[in-house]
Design a protein around this ligand. Structure first.
Ligand code: R5P
Length: 310
């Protein structure tokens, strides 16, 4: 087995290699003057079981292209099997046509990865489980919920905790955490009563006096999160903490979170944290390296991956 990384998340790739007790494979990903990407694999991969770690995070298109070109380089170097390890799968939110004459870009990206020559995909907390079916190659979608559960247990008194989904679409994810913690579940229901009027946040469930844990897959602008936190506090919650797998945190999102009433935002390292994230007083990053490392190990040994979540 050999593990290689593109430029998107080398810290996570190194942590995965530490877990696996393997050196990170030697490959360079460079740019020509016109920004074309050039990849060079600097060690033999003939007949190897190759894992390429690359999140398609900001700058999304560059990181996606790096991944495609790395897959191509491995294929042409006679790797036996190539697994694209994509801790954060960008374009996942474009998983259906929101209107006429719009693309389904998540499917297009899945096609590109397959066509480039990947034999398998290993990813984490896909925005929608169905995206697994966009790939016609074996695709394992890992869940961060065991890591989040462990962290919550280490930091919170469970007797007063209430798990909250920040929107109706995230209920299944929130329920999975509530079940593991044996806690109650509440839902923030965003509704725009009339076109042109601002959204009303209704909280379904009694959060009075509760330490609320908002759970979601993505925090991008931070809007969904901060609005839900406001609504919970207005409804009598004692505190609001958020557990979110993918810290996309675009534009002014970090500033929005740091100036919000959120006690803490806990994200994973599926996207490499920027220095702004690292120095934010209320953002903490937990690692997925052992989860992804163990999934890689089991894939390579042809063992069950799903039993990681039993
Ligand atoms: C939406 O379906 C996702 O689960 C997230 O709630 C959303 O992407 C968060 O985006 P933002 O932080 O920009 O509100």
């Amino acid at each position: 087995m050999k593990v290689f990384a593109g430029n998107s998340n080398r810290l996570l790739a190194e942590a995965i290699c530490n877990y696996l007790n393997l050196p990170l494979g030697r490959a360079t990903v460079r740019r020509f003057a016109d920004q074309e990407i050039f990849v060079e694999v600097q060690e033999n991969v003939r007949g190897e079981d190759v894992f390429l770690v690359q999140s398609t995070s900001f700058p999304t298109n560059d990181h996606l292209m790096e991944l495609l070109i790395m897959i191509d380089a491995m294929r042409r170097s006679s790797a036996r099997r190539i697994t694209a390890v994509i801790p954060y799968f960008g374009y996942a939110r474009q998983d259906r046509k929101p209107g006429p004459r719009t693309p389904i870009s998540a499917k297009l990206v899945a096609n590109l990865i397959t066509e480039a020559g990947a034999d398998r995909v290993l990813t984490l907390d896909l925005h929608a489980g169905q995206i697994q079916g966009f790939f016609d190659i074996p695709t394992d979608n890992l869940y961060s919920v065991p890591i989040l559960t462990r962290d919550v247990k280490e930091h919170y008194a469970l007797s007063n905790v209430m798990v909250v989904s920040p929107d109706v679409g995230g209920v299944v994810r929130a329920r999975a955490l509530a079940k593991r913690l044996d806690c109650q579940l509440a839902i923030v229901d965003k509704r725009r009563e009339r076109a042109g009027e601002s959204e009303v946040m209704n909280v379904i469930g009694d959060v009075t006096g509760k330490d609320c844990l908002l759970i979601d897959d993505i925090v991008d602008s931070g809007g969904t999160l901060c609005n839900a936190a406001e609504a919970l506090l207005k409804n009598g919650a004692t505190s609001v903490t958020a557990y979110i797998t993918h810290g996309v945190l675009s534009g002014g999102a970090v500033a929005r979170v740091t100036s919000s009433k959120l006690k803490e935002l806990v994200i994973t390292d599926s996207i490499q944290p920027t220095t702004a994230v690292q120095s934010a007083h209320n953002i903490r990053v937990i690692s997925t390296a052992s989860l992804i490392g163990e999934a890689i190990n089991r894939t390579s040994q042809e063992e069950s991956v799903s039993s990681l979540f039993d």
